[in-house]
Ligand binder design. Sequence first.
Ligand SMILES: Cc1ncc(COP(=O)(O)O)c(C=O)c1O
Length: 404
Amino acid sequence: MLNVRKVRKDFPILKTGIIYLDNAASSLTPEPVLQKMLEFYCHYRANVGRGIHHLSQKASEEYERARTKVADFINAKSENEVIMTKNTTEGINLIASGLKWKKGEKIVTSLIEHHSDFIVWLRVKNNYDIELKTVRPKGSVEEGLLDVTDFEKIIDDKTKLVALTHVSNVLGVITPIEEITKIAHEHGAYVLVDGAQSVPHMKVDVQKIGCDFLAFSGHKMCAPTGSGVLYIRKELSEEVEPLCIGGGAIADVEHDSYTLDKSPRRFEAGTPAIADVIGLGAAIDYLQKIGMKNIERYERKLTTLMYEEMTALPNVEVYSPDPEQKIGIMAFNIKDLNPHDVALALDVSANIMVRSGHHCALPFIRGLLHKSGTIRASTYFYNTEEEIDKFVSALKEIINSLVE
Ligand SMILES: Cc1ncc(COP(=O)(O)O)c(C=O)c1O
């Protein structure tokens, strides 16, 4: 069960009285996660996988335990499919640089992607003479809905990879990822899912989706900054070249040759962000205790409330599909006001944090919405209905005082 009043007490920053609606950028960190990281620094602060002494053994045990927690969380078949990265961006780059591209192959993505799942493919296209196809949302651009039939038309036997966001960071719209994955696999293509905005908010099951790669960020799901995950399906781990090689990634080294270790070690050269990974394990415990189904249900309720209250406001342009098709994020503009001015006014007048600008999605914001930016309010499970009401009241005041 989700007891919002109770969980809020776990977040030290909330005691300062802020209303934090910038969760799509990064979430807040609860006390149990901070405590777990402190435990590492105070009691077994040593390197992992390198020492025989008991501190190193304990650190390694906790580090690997976090990996097992991640594997259970996303329902991977094995913890060896879980690679620790620093964020979603690194995970996607690892796949882009690690797959063996051949001229004439094709990548399919969409125009609602975050830059981290877009410009990497532009670079692959330019470097290897690859065809890059971008699917536009169907119907109203402001709803951002991707249509499965468009993917049926574009994915063919030349397609090596379909790379798609699971939830848009601009609109919160949910992509029909399972259906698209099936189509991609019928043509022998791999599927990479950008789970930065889905994994923190709903149950994501890699076996149910059937995807080959899934990248997400710990810092958007109560874990520390510097923690992220890349899932690589077991059968593909040797198909992907690591981004970095060096200490910790090898099975053997001779004076003129080396053999890389198996996954996940082959992908984790150098000393990793140990405290952050252990913190990620604690964040997963925290989320699991609340229950991802409870989190999703509650957030959908907040999203619907926000949608209903905001679409009733005069002079507010809301960019959104029906709330049934989205989660957690509301993008909007107030008449001709600059989005940054609105964000600043919300901060100064009501202590409310939102994001403003292009949200690292210029092809979508500028190319499709034809805007220079939007304001984005994004929720998490510790936000309350009262906070949404206060946010809407603050918007009303801005409209009354700034809109002519
Ligand atoms: C959909 C999506 N993909 C990728 C990213 C990049 O995440 P990170 O900055 O943690 O690498 C974000 C961040 O906002 C995102 O929302």
